[in-house]
Write a protein that binds this ligand. Structure first.
Ligand code: GLU
Length: 415
């Protein structure tokens, strides 16, 4: 699925440059917005279960904190190198600004395949990483969260390790287990936010929601929650793909059964409720909405020209290359961009942080209502900017995010 030769930073930079041009920002301001404020690369020695010592490489990139503490996930993935973590950190800055939540942007990562480590090894690795970056973290400094390859358990270990050094403080990470101060609705939040955006967009585009055909590429946290909630809303999930294969069913997959199957087998491949196909066949399934919910660079110049869809909903971070973006634009296929569509995760992280600071918990209903309110407001702002400026949704979303951060820099007056 993912190709690692291209530079993620260069791709994200193209979107930034376009927004900066439109806003007429000075070269100095652009440089302030592009350069990460702080970066840390750490070596993480871990004693493995067989007594060997392995050394992993980890990062925390703090891109910008002008609008509030740094915020962003920690990714465990073989591709989580400096280039990728930097690109994703900057996307967090534009995402938090677009969603208008009081955080900056950061990202962390460790280059490894988490499936090759036992739980005990992952626990030791996470603690060592946390210890190595602890001086950068804090409820009002930098607040990590889960991303690809990490989950609520990872956050529990991070919180515990940070607590051993600085005292009990659950608001130092978000996406925790509910029992340790996590928020109701956080696990499903990214998928749910994507459904909220899609429903609004379909109405605006004059598309029928009930029975609309949806193809979902990726069935991890985001893809599976998206599919479950979209299915409940009456959309028809006609295909789902992961690294091991895809399953297709023109009359709609039984998503609760597929989710159950995937939980047990750790893949959708082999599910009997549909036709089993190759992973890449997902790009040729006739659908109304295509949802990349896996890695970067899923949509490329190779598949964008023939992708049989009416709309692309970017649930993953940076799933579309700039070339693919251009091709989709020429074909008149609207692309709802990542920093808007997957902003539900960090929005509910903000609610979790707020609840922790207040030592008070909200009901899931309240979380979901507030999420809808915020993400729909961001969607509306993007649509009206795109209409007014005659640009794509991605250009509009970036322009709003970049403008808010630039304005905060001016107001702080620190140069
Ligand atoms: N990793 C998620 C993202 O890319 C969530 C980040 C957070 O909650 O801080 O948006």
């Amino acid at each position: 699925m993912a190709v690692k030769e291209r530079s993620a930073q260069d791709d994200v930079r193209q979107s930034f440059d376009c927004a900066a041009d439109r806003l007429g920002l000075s070269k100095g301001m652009c440089n302030m917005l592009i350069e990460p404020w702080r970066e840390l690369r750490v070596s993480i020695p871990v004693r493995m279960d067989d007594d060997r010592i392995e050394v992993f490489i980890g990062y925390r990139v703090q891109h910008n904190a002008v609008r509030g503490p740094y915020k962003g996930g920690v990714r465990y993935h073989p591709h989580a190198d400096e280039d990728e973590v930097r690109a994703l950190a900057s996307l967090m800055t534009w995402k938090t600004a677009l969603l208008d939540i009081p955080f900056g942007g950061a990202k962390g990562g460790i280059e490894l395949d988490p499936h090759t480590l036992s739980d005990a090894e992952l626990n030791r690795l996470t603690r060592r990483y946390t210890r190595s970056i602890q001086h950068l973290l804090g409820p009002h400094r930098d607040i990590p969260a889960p991303d690809m390859g990490t989950n609520a358990q990872t956050m529990a270990w991070m919180m515990d390790e940070y607590g051993q050094l600085h005292g009990y403080n659950p608001s130092v990470v978000t996406g925790k287990p509910i029992e340790l101060g996590g928020s109701a609705g956080r696990e499903a939040a990214t998928g749910r936010g994507a459904v909220f955006v899609l429903m609004e967009a379909m109405r605006d585009l004059g598309m029928q929601v009930q029975g609309a055909r949806v193809a979902v590429q990726g069935f991890g946290n985001v893809g599976s929650w998206f599919a479950r909630i979209a299915h409940e809303e009456g959309l028809r999930i006609v295909a789902v793909a992961d690294l091991h294969g895809s399953v297709c069913n023109g009359s709609g997959l039984d998503i609760p059964a597929l989710a159950e199957y995937a939980r047990e087998h750790r893949t959708v491949a082999g599910f009997t409720g549909g036709e089993n196909c190759r992973t890449e066949d997902i790009f040729s399934v006739e659908c109304d909405v295509f949802v990349p919910a896996a890695m970067e660079n899923a949509l490329t110049e190779e598949n964008a020209g023939t992708l049989p869809t009416k709309v692309v909903l970017e649930a993953a971070n940076h799933p579309t290359t700039p070339e693919a973006d251009r091709i989709l634009c020429e074909r008149g296929i609207p692309v709802l961009p990542d920093i808007l569509v997957n902003g539900g995760g960090v929005t509910v992280s903000y609610f979790e942080w707020t609840q922790n600071l207040q030592q008070f918990s909200w009901t899931e209903e309240r979380v979901n209502d507030e999420l809808r309110h915020r993400i729909v407001a961001a969607y509306r702002a993007v649509v009206s900017k795109a209409r007014q400026a005659g640009c794509t949704y991605r250009e509009a979303a970036m322009e709003i995010g970049v403008e808010r951060v630039a304005r905060a820099i001016q107001l702080r007056g620190f140069v």
